[in-house]
Design a protein around this ligand. Structure first.
Ligand code: ATP
Length: 233
């Protein structure tokens, strides 16, 4: 692929007091790719994704998302994200929670039904959010991220804490997003997971990008797999 990258990050750093959370990260995400950001807890994944979504600013480095700076209105309009557990009203239904969000974002009502179907929550849409399993809550978070029909979807540890069935459903959903042609950037601490659902993987450790690979190389190259294996717990 020679298309312009959708995300281009060079020399990214983020300093919190004495902690260098992100230490010179370069990464490129191409259109239509499912990109996995793999690393253990505290490696700097969340910090990087928060910078990509414009929630926080970098200490230094260059970040271009969809041809603009993160947090610019025209970039936000084309990006959907789920960073940490999404906040929904527990006593409202999944549907009503999405209706509220859709109103703020001027999203057509028809789109709400579409995203609920896409995340396989149409049957439970009228049930209170508080009755949902963690997996369903996370999928509603993805539904919210998809309301604006974004080209780029950023998901921070979307399977974290889920039971096996919840993980399976979420992974399948992410693969579907990729098949639909959306560009997805997600973080994970599970090698097996990124092998299953990603096209390309960046391995981050202690704020540094240790390696970046096509997932096929990660499958075939024994050395690489051994290198990445300790992350897979
Ligand atoms: P996790 O999976 O636990 O979220 P992560 O790879 O996403 O891990 P980050 O959350 O980005 O890692 O954290 C990277 C480092 O930066 C950690 O040492 C963390 O303690 C530190 N850190 C993150 N946010 C802050 C903050 N707001 N203030 C101070 N230190 C922070």
């Amino acid at each position: 692929k020679t298309a312009e990258p959708l995300v281009r990050v060079t020399g990214l750093t983020k300093q919190y007091g004495d902690t260098l959370a992100v230490d010179g990260v370069d990464l490129t995400v191409r259109p239509g790719e499912v990109y996995g950001f793999l690393g253990p807890n505290g490696a700097g994944k969340t910090t990087t994704l928060r910078i990509l979504t414009g929630l926080i600013s970098p200490t230094s480095g260059t970040v271009r998302v969809l041809g603009g700076a993160p947090g610019q209105a025209q970039v936000l309009a084309r990006t959907g994200s789920m960073i940490e557990s999404p906040a929904f009203y527990p006593y409202l239904s999944g549907l009503d929670n999405l209706r509220l969000l859709a109103e703020y974002a001027a999203v057509p009502r028809r789109r709400i039904e579409e995203v609920l179907t896409l995340v396989d929550l149409a049957d439970r849409a009228k049930d209170r959010f508080s009755t949902y399993s963690l997996g369903m809550k996370q999928r509603l978070g993805v539904a919210a991220a998809l309301l604006k029909d974004p080209e780029l979807v950023i998901l921070d540890e979307p399977t974290n804490g889920l039971d096996p069935a919840g993980m399976r459903d979420m992974r399948q959903l992410i693969r579907e997003l990729g098949t639909e042609g959306r560009t997805v950037v997600l973080s994970s601490h599970l090698l097996g997971e990124v092998q299953q659902i990603c096209d390309r993987v960046g391995i981050i450790s202690a704020g540094r990008m240790v390696a970046e690979h096509d997932v096929d190389d990660l499958r075939n190259d024994r050395e690489l797999v051994i290198q990445a294996r300790p992350l897979d717990r």
